[in-house]
Structures are given as C-alpha cells and as structure tokens.
Design a protein around this ligand. Structure first.
Ligand SMILES: *Cc1c(COP(=O)(O)O)cnc(C)c1O
Length: 371
C-alpha cells in the first residue's frame, strides 16, 4: 500500500546523516532534535504548542486525560474509524457515544453529532478520515453552543487545510481545543518507528499535557498528578524534521495519483470515487473507492494475484466489534457506516506511484470490474 523504501532512497543521504548525528550525540531522550522538530511543526501548523509523544493512540489518551473528565462522561465519535479513537475513551472509563458518518466524505455527520448530545457530553472527537477534514465549521458551532471540547484526530490528515465560510483557513488539528496525530511509518508524516503529538493554542492545557506525558512530573521526582511515559525518540524526531520539509510535496504526489485514479474510474457505475469536500484540501492518506454491486473481496483477490495490494478500511464498524459490544447499540443503528464497511476498498496510495504503476493498477481494477 505504501513504498517507504522508494521514498527513503530519495532522501537517504540526509536521513542517514541525521540518524548518525543523533547516535553520536548520545542525546537519545528529549534531545535537541525533539525540541527543533516541535518548533518546526508548530510553525508549519500555525499553532502555539506541539507536544510530541510516543504514538497517536497516546496522543488521544493524553488529550483526554488533560481534560479531567470523570467516569461516565460521554465522548462522541464515529463508528467508522480506526479503533484507537474509541479505545482510549473506554480505557479512561469514559463512555464512547458513537454516531454515523457522511456517506460521501466518511467523516462525522454534524446532524448525528447534534442528536447524540446529552447533559453528560464533554468532548467530541472528529476523525479527519482518509485525509480530508470533517465539517469543522458545523462541529465547532455545535460544540460551542453546548460547551463541548473538540479533540481532532488528525492521524490521517496532517497537512490538510480547512477553509471556513469567512475565507479563513486553518490546518487540520488546529481548529479544535486539541489536535492529535500519529507519525506511524505509513502515515503522511511518518517516522521509522512509532511517534505522535498533541497540539493546542491553550497555554494551560499545553502545560498540563507536557506534565502528563512526563509521569505527571513538573519538578523532577515530584508528582502532582498521575501521568504516563510517552516520548518521541530523538532519532525519530531527526527523521521527522527532514520529512516535514517534504510534506507538502508528498501531498501533491498523492493528489496526482488520486487524480489519475479518479480519471480512470470516472463514470464507472460500479465504482464511486472519493468525494473532495469543498471546504477542505485532501492529503489522500488513503484512496478509498465505494464499490457497487461487485464482489469486493473478489476484486481484492484479483489484485493480489497481480501483486497489487488493496485493503478494506474498515471492515467492521466499532459498534459491531466484540470488545465494544454495548447494549445501547445493535446492527442497523448506523446505516451509513454499516454500508460503507461492506463496500469500501482502498488502493495503493503513496508518494512514489508513477504512471506505469497507476496504469497497471487501474487496468487491473477495471479488468475485474468490467468483467
Ligand atoms: C493511526 C491512527 C491512530 C493511532 O496512531 P498510532 O500511532 O498507531 O497509535 C489513531 N487514529 C487514527 C484515525 C489513525 O489512523
């Protein structure tokens, strides 16, 4: 699905030097590379505070810990997401409240969000799924009305830009109270291991999150609150500094591949190409088709036989997962999510796809679809 080797080959000199420099410096934990990366990401995103941590799941957990929520408080998110979003809500003893998504953007449906609000609702986690922003203007408006904290899960959309109706623009993850991201290798800004970060413009929250990721410790060996140990390695920070400089160009390469796919599949009655929301740029973490009246796993097998990977993100909605079974939910409750999980398929999407590969992939898809 990704070509990390091809991407590395183009920047290997820079990367190798940066990694060796960290090794020789012996400043492996919270070294200067971490601080520099943090500052560079702050200026790229246009946000006051970036706090790096160990992975995207921790980022979500740290964000929710910083809000001082109480057991039973409700956090709203979608059933069509990666498990991490729901997992941390449950782990912290909070109540995940699931809602349905928009059938074309795969992102949280603001009307469903509004309907799910109760007096216990304390936070909402819009997930900017597959690379474009949720309808943040509507979500922020509803949240302000009900005093709900907005935690953006931008693990799949770092670098995407959202445009408000007054013309102002903001980067994904910088619109709500806290943004959370992941630097997992296959993410758009990926390191060579695990990594993540939280961002906020709020000075007090930033300070709390800095303390939380460091064992609840402000003064060494004095612990004022219960924290966690969640750090970004210096080596990973050094790699991310280099890849951040390429991030916009990587998004362009992904968009060029998406355009190729769009063109090849346009007007095919069996394939619905991904909609580009008018108010957000798309950074194509995934290129996800909605199939109609074809055997999706048959297509996946056909592609596999031609050495083309294809994946289903996500085959089982959160409310249908064994771990998250809840008497509040049953099959049929989220019809859009359920229909999507039965019909989507994602094609290879990365920064190194060339026309020859795209031609081979699209022809192979059409060979099966037009059979
Ligand atoms: C990848 C991902 C995460 C978790 O990130 P990790 O770094 O793997 O912990 C959370 N949310 C979404 C939407 C993701 O895609």
């Amino acid at each position: 699905m990704v070509d990390l080797k091809g991407q590395y080959d183009k920047i290997s000199n820079e990367i190798d030097n940066a990694v060796l420099n960290v090794i020789r410096s012996t400043q492996y934990i919270n070294g200067p590379e971490v601080k520099s990366f943090q500052q560079e990401l702050e200026s790229y995103l246009g946000i006051k505070h970036v706090i790096p941590c160990a992975n995207g799941t921790d980022a979500l957990q740290v964000a929710m810990m910083a809000l001082d929520l109480k057991p039973g408080d409700e956090v709203i998110t979608t059933s069509f997401t990666f498990v991490a979003t729901v997992e941390v809500i449950a782990l912290l003893g909070l109540t995940p409240v699931l809602v349905d998504v928009d059938p074309l953007t795969f992102n949280i449906d603001p009307r469903a969000f509004r309907k799910a609000i109760t007096p216990k609702t304390k936070a909402v986690v819009p997930v900017h799924l597959f690379g474009q922003c949720a309808d943040m203007e509507a979500i922020l408006e509803i949240s302000q009305e009900h005093n709900i904290a907005v935690i953006e899960d931008t693990a799949q959309a770092i670098g995407a830009t959202y445009k408000f109706s007054d013309g102002t623009t903001k980067k994904a993850g910088t619109m709500g109270l806290i943004g959370c991201t992941s630097f997992f290798p296959s993410k758009n800004l990926g390191c060579y291991g695990d990594g993540g970060a939280v961002f906020t413009d709020d000075d007090q929250l930033a300070q709390r999150m800095r303390v939380i990721v460091n064992h609840g410790m402000e003064v060494r060996y004095y612990h004022d609150s219960i924290g966690v140990n969640s750090r970004l390695d210096s080596i990973q920070a050094a790699i991310l500094r280099i890849k951040l400089r390429h991030l916009d160009q990587y998004a362009e390469a992904r968009n060029a591949a998406a355009d190729y796919y769009d063109y090849a599949f346009a007007n095919n009655p069996k394939l619905l190409t991904p909609k580009r929301a008018g108010n957000s740029t798309h950074v194509f973490h995934q290129y996800t088709l909605i199939t109609q009246n074809i055997d999706r796993f048959g297509l996946q097998e056909h592609l596999q036989s031609k050495d083309i990977p294809a994946m289903v993100y996500y085959p089982v909605p959160m409310h249908m997962q064994k771990a998250y079974t809840d008497p509040r939910y049953k099959e049929g409750d989220f019809p859009v999510t359920e229909a999507l999980s039965k019909s989507v398929i994602s094609l290879p999407m990365h920064t190194e796809l060339d026309d020859e590969q795209l031609k081979y992939i699209t022809e192979s898809v059409l060979e099966f679809v037009n059979r």
